[in-house]
Design a protein around this ligand. Structure first.
Ligand SMILES: Nc1nc2c(ncn2[C@@H]2O[C@H](COP(=O)(O)OP(=O)(O)OP(=O)(O)O)[C@@H](O)[C@H]2O)c(=O)[nH]1
Ligand SMILES: [Zn+2]
Length: 305
């Protein structure tokens, strides 16, 4: 049978085929060229599996080719990576300007990651109900920075249900990763998007009862209007295997579209004469905050806030 992996604990996989869901394990080795992963199969994967009638569980026998996948780099130096999810159509970052504040550096690192994986990205500004007039004006500036370079933005209040339909409309028939650092209201927003939340809590406790619960890396939820959202509990930041310094500018759309005009084709856009990026920066065509993020990533400053 062919199915879609909707949840993974590292040793057990929940596989959806038609309207049925099966608990499956892996047999044999699944390797991906170039990286060593701690989990060979992830949420969003399409797999073939066979049922074992005695146990009532399945065995995954084949992994279908992935359109894309995102990973989390392990914190140690073993170069091991964990695949968080596969076959994404888009990724949404939930951000807040206050309580807690998402830094622009954090937003920009997320966007660079999405570009590196070639996954369209959008930003959701949550907690709209808390905004003062001053906050609203900052929000307008931020929206302008990001929409100008091709990242659609939404302003919502998960608490009050404001503008949730705009987000919902974008999710229809797509596989969407939702992410954001702790406290931004990701769970509250998911609750809004999945009216049938009882299902969510129910599934998790059922797995724990069966003793299958270890760490949940990611979980996929059916949307009532069609499509899926992927939640990544406890994952603060997405990792990219490796971005070469020379490549970094390609992952900033506003730099990408100008760098062919730089005098030197190996321009780093830092202090080179005839740099089209620096010129655009001078003329306020490129936001200074975006350029600062470029420099920060380029220099390997890993300030995570
Ligand atoms: N005022 C306001 N508070 C919100 C809104 N959305 C969420 N919150 C509050 O923000 C806090 C964090 O919300 P959660 O939904 O738990 O956030 P989370 O991103 O899932 O955070 P973690 O559970 O830590 O991962 C809670 O106290 C929510 O009630 C909103 O739109 N407006
Ligand atoms: Zn340049």
């Amino acid at each position: 049978m062919q199915g879609l992996v909707t949840k993974s604990t590292g040793s057990w996989y929940q596989v959806k085929a038609g309207n049925e869901v099966f608990d499956c394990r892996i047999k044999g080795k699944f390797r991906i060229k170039g990286i060593t992963t701690t989990n060979p199969i992830a949420v969003g994967d399409v797999v073939d599996f066979e049922m074992e009638p005695e146990q009532g569980t399945g065995v995954i026998t084949n992994l279908h080719q992935r359109k894309n996948y995102i990973i989390r780099k392990s914190v140690n130096l073993s170069k091991q990576a964990q695949i968080i999810a596969a076959n994404l159509d888009q990724a949404f970052l939930i951000v807040t300007l206050a309580s807690p504040r998402t830094s622009l550096g954090f937003i920009d690192r997320f966007l660079v990651t999405a570009e590196a994986y070639d996954i369209p990205a959008r930003l959701i500004f949550n907690k709209l109900d808390l905004f003062s007039d001053e906050g609203l004006s900052i929000l307008a500036d931020y929206k302008d920075i990001y929409e100008r370079i091709g990242y659609p933005c939404y302003e919502v209040s998960a608490k009050e249900g404001t503008n949730i339909q705009q987000v919902q409309a974008q999710l229809k028939d797509k596989v969407t990763l939702l992410t954001g650092h702790s406290g931004v209201g990701k769970s509250s927003l998911i609750n809004r998007l999945l009216p049938d939340l009882e299902l969510k809590t129910h599934m998790i406790s059922e797995w724990s009862d069966k003793g299958m619960h270890t760490t949940t890396f990611a979980e996929m939820f059916d949307l009532p209007q069609g499509g899926y959202i992927i939640d990544t509990p406890g994952i603060r930041e997405l990792g990219v295997i490796d971005i070469e310094k020379q490549e970094l500018g390609h992952f900033f759309p506003e730099m990408r579209e100008r760098m062919n005009e730089c005098r030197f084709n190996n321009c780093r856009h830092i202090n080179e004469p005839g740099c089209a990026v620096l010129e655009a920066l001078d003329e306020d065509e490129i936001a200074i905050t975006r350029y600062e993020s470029y420099l920060s990533i380029y220099n390997g400053n890993d300030t995570r806030s």
